[in-house]
Design a protein around this ligand. Structure first.
Ligand code: HEM
Length: 534
């Protein structure tokens, strides 16, 4: 009971310790010295030069001069809120993760929504994927589910991520456009990296202009693993389903809002929470026994593929409620550090090559963004359970670690690793068997780029299809290179010939050659909804 009670409010209580209320207090320096004057610098004579001696002036200006930290290299513009998560039923059959077992435990969460390409000051309603990153402060440590609102990704291998982002961000010569897919390098990348076809169909759809963060799905995208107490593993895909349903803008609304209220999404979330209209999302899982790894006509390690829900239904297992706005945007929203490698016992990775690379990138970027190796001590990033290890020192260290021992193995401190057992809770990596030659290549099973893009197109209603077509035409009309436009049209003929022809007609390039030209063909086995191997 203590555990349950403690857990529910534990993050809030922890943050309480760090809150500072300056209201009604006398102004002091950082050293606590009360200052009698804060408007005029110390001068040699009333009209004379400012004196070096003015410690108050120097402290004030120096702090101001250093107020900015780098914005995130992607997902720079975001908005976050606190909340709680409660599992509906005991998932111990699949996972030993305690927060997915006890339905009476309310796990504190912090969720940051974001756009991907725009800078911190860009508009909310642009066409883009949205980040949906959740930090669960569990009693076994922080678990981060760092997802997007689209279930697939542009690329299959993390080594291409810098290329993708260099192509999608504003172009480097003039930093135009600020946040948009309507430019040459974006479409040049797409046409020359055709694994992006499926994701691009989603990006051209209304999913990429969500009505509200409260009306967006979230997806872990990758295939992860759940591991139970017996060491048995299942593959899993994570989903967030908004209780309000999925809603989008139409393109004209999105455009107008980008000018009229660039903060529309953050204002909408903030206001909803302030008036007690708390956003809710159910957590869903698609679970696949390990034996079924090769049951599909696609590779489950390929992040450009979904698992069709007809074949692997989404089981709803819990609910998250966002019920508190942040106290301070910088301290919380800006300083929060998500990372796929923040796992708890019972959740593990797979060999998805995109996932594997992400495991490197997040901490690496946060080391510079948050200024050194101790950013886990920043209030918003601290777990609610204690943490102990032999890491010491470094910039901005906050803790005062006692004793002399900061090494393993030792006989003096007894700070040993925890054994793997339900009581002790030690994490051990799932012992997956791996074998093969070292190769720098794409697996044959990753080579079908179009079948699921076609499935997506075929599943759209006539109105949705017309929105997708209009989006392609609008975005490509801004591309200067005719060659790039033609390549894109030829590429999307592999998804749907009619779609490609209509785009070509409207942007003044040649109609595509039937079924595409210089591109990988779709696998006939996948051309309809039949995705499970018979
Ligand atoms: C943020 C790298 C793919 C979701 C970031 C950041 C980096 C990064 C460096 C900035 C983190 C920070 O400064 O704190 C990568 C790499 C990827 C990749 C290398 C592929 C190889 C993905 C995918 C998803 C995703 C597939 C979704 C499933 C996010 C989200 C954030 C983010 C939601 C923002 C987190 C926040 O709100 O602070 N990514 N990313 N990324 N990424 Fe990725």
């Amino acid at each position: 009971n203590d555990r349950k009670k403690g857990n529910e409010n534990s993050k809030n209580e922890q943050l309480e310790f760090f809150r500072v209320d300056d209201r009604g207090k006398k102004l002091t320096t950082n050293q606590g010295l009360k200052m009698s004057e804060d408007e005029f610098s110390l001068k040699a004579g009333e009209r004379g030069p400012t004196l070096m001696e003015d410690f108050h002036f120097r402290e004030k200006l120096t702090h101001f001069d250093h107020e900015r930290i780098p914005e995130r290299v992607v997902h720079a513009r975001g908005f976050a809120a606190h909340g709680e998560f409660q599992v509906y039923k005991n998932m111990e059959k699949y996972t030993k993760a305690k927060f997915l077992q006890d339905s009476s435990v309310k796990t504190p969460v912090f969720v940051r929504f974001s756009t991907v390409n725009g800078s911190r000051g860009s508009a909310d309603s642009v066409r883009d994927a949205r980040g949906f990153a959740t930090k669960f402060y569990t009693e076994e440590g922080n678990y981060d589910l760092v997802g997007n609102n689209i279930p697939v990704f542009f690329i299959q291998d993390a080594i291409k991520f810098p290329d993708l982002v260099h192509a999608f961000k504003p172009e480097p010569d003039n930093e135009i456009p600020q946040a948009s897919t309507a430019h040459d390098t974006f479409w040049d990348f797409v046409a020359n990296n055709q694994e992006s076809a499926h994701m691009i169909m989603w990006i051209m759809s209304d999913r990429a202009i969500p009505r509200s963060f409260r009306m967006m799905e979230g997806f872990g995208v990758h295939t992860f693993r759940l591991v139970n107490d017996d060491g048995k593993a299942h593959f899993v895909k994570f989903h967030w389903k908004p209780i309000l349903g999925v809603h989008s803008f139409v393109w004209d609304e999105a455009h107008e809002l980008a000018g009229r209220d660039p903060d529309f999404h953050r204002r909408d979330l903030w206001d909803a929470i302030e008036r007690g209209d708390y956003p809710e999302y159910e957590l869903g899982v698609q679970i696949l026994p390990e034996e079924d790894e090769f049951k599909f006509n696609f590779d489950i390690l390929d992040a450009t593929k979904i698992w069709p829900e007809e074949d692997v239904p989404v089981e709803i297992i819990g609910k998250m409620t966002l019920n508190r706005n942040v106290d301070n945007f910088f301290a919380e929203t800006e300083q929060v550090a998500f990372h796929l490698g923040h796992v708890v016992p019972g959740i593990d990775f797979t060999n998805d090559p995109l996932l594997q690379g992400r495991l490197f990138s997040y901490t690496d970027t946060q080391l510079i963004r948050l200024g050194g190796p101790n950013f886990h001590e920043i209030p918003i990033n601290r777990p609610v359970c204690p943490f102990h290890n032999n890491q010491r020192d470094g910039y901005h260290r906050q803790t005062i670690n006692l004793g002399k021992v900061s090494y393993h193995r030792n006989s003096l401190a007894g700070n040993t690793p925890a054994p793997v057992s339900p009581e002790e809770g030690g994490f051990a990596t799932y012992q997956e068997k791996v074998e093969g030659r070292k190769v720098r290549a794409r697996s044959e099973s990753f080579k079908d780029h179009f079948s699921q893009a076609t499935l997506f197109w075929n599943s759209m209603s006539p109105v949705e299809k017309s929105h997708i077509t209009e989006a392609f035409v609008f975005e490509l009309a801004h591309v200067k290179s005719d060659s790039v436009k033609q390549q894109v049209v030829d590429m999307f003929a592999n998804v749907n010939l009619e779609l490609a022809r209509t785009i070509a007609d409207n942007i003044g390039v040649n109609p595509p050659k039937s079924g595409g030209s210089n591109v990988t063909k779709s696998s006939p086995a996948l051309s309809q909804m039949n995705t499970v191997k018979k």
